[in-house]
Design a protein around this ligand. Sequence first.
Ligand SMILES: [Zn+2]
Length: 402
Amino acid sequence: MKNEFTAKFIEQIPKTDLHVHLDGSLRISTLLELAAEQGVELPGKNEAELKEKVFKAQYKDLPEYLAGFQYTVAVMQNEAALERIAREFAEDNLAENVRYLEVRFAPQLHTSQGLSLAQILRAVSRGLQSAQDQHNSSAEVQNGEDLPFHFGIIVCALRWFFPQMSAYYRNLFEVMPYAPEKAVFSAASLELARASVALRDQENLPIVGFDLAGAEDGNPAVDHRDAFMYAHRNFLEKTVHAGEAYGPESIFQALTDCHADRLGHATFLFAADRVQSTAIENPQHYVDQLVETVARQRICLEVNLTSNLQTLPEMNSLAEHPLGKMIEANLSATICTDNRLVSHTTVTRELQLAAEYFDLNPAQVKNLVVAGFKGAFFRDGYLAKRAYVRQAIDHINRLMPN
Ligand SMILES: [Zn+2]
């Protein structure tokens, strides 16, 4: 890194991660331990073998990137495992000074041993809560030297996923034998939206957002409109994986059909050459207007650099990533990890990559981090959020290099 001040600054400041999948972020040692305990077979018997065969430094395509999830999800089928993984995940984030965390996962992939959606969400919530209690009761937080930790859970509906990976989807395909495949996925999404709102309202579970993940190309967000309308009508915030494996029209759909408050990735936001519909006569004009809307509405972009580099074969180097354009257009962009294990990364590392490839100074790094605090779907209300953002900015300012 060119600027040593920037590296140290990035390590020390309070940070956020608004886009990170729990099932892609286990400690590899925990995966090995849980697999041994539960009799789950893994393609390697130690960390080195798993890194060589599954959690690679480089992937050749998206299917290879996704292959690891079948093993992580397999050990996340009971409450104790879910709680432990969530707690360790929060602790790993706390250790690198992440102070606001929104973790996402698809509860419907964790029902293979009969857990209900409620049991799954409660277990993850308990794990995060115990890490929070420990951090927030420390002397440093109590005397104001350190920022308190806050978190939320984002539930992921799935555009499409291998139905065989989940008992939930297998059952649903059995009870809807004549329905087209996409109707089954959209029914699952609606049920998830209903369960999420109910658990938030009745049990005060920390569910702060609703997401759509899974294969984007060929599975448009509009198929999940009912679920997103349900979330929308019940004041649940929305984020959508969009513009990761499809062009600007997917982002348009996320904003108009799903009422997205934030966008996951939005990597192809500026890609006029990826506009498919022939009804759009001037793709560049369409993209300009889309960017303008994202800017004016302060739609926060959840940027995942390493993950994009690993899953997009057309991207040869991070220098080609549109983060520079996002910053230039003054969009609200924040740096996230997507998957800490699968992408071998941390928030610190992703911010360092951003600083390095886009030659950012500490003030620009600060903007990316503050965008994360401001973009948070904070669960304790707007006034508390404003006070927390203020507190975070004060902490960052104290660490600003002169
Ligand atoms: Zn993601």
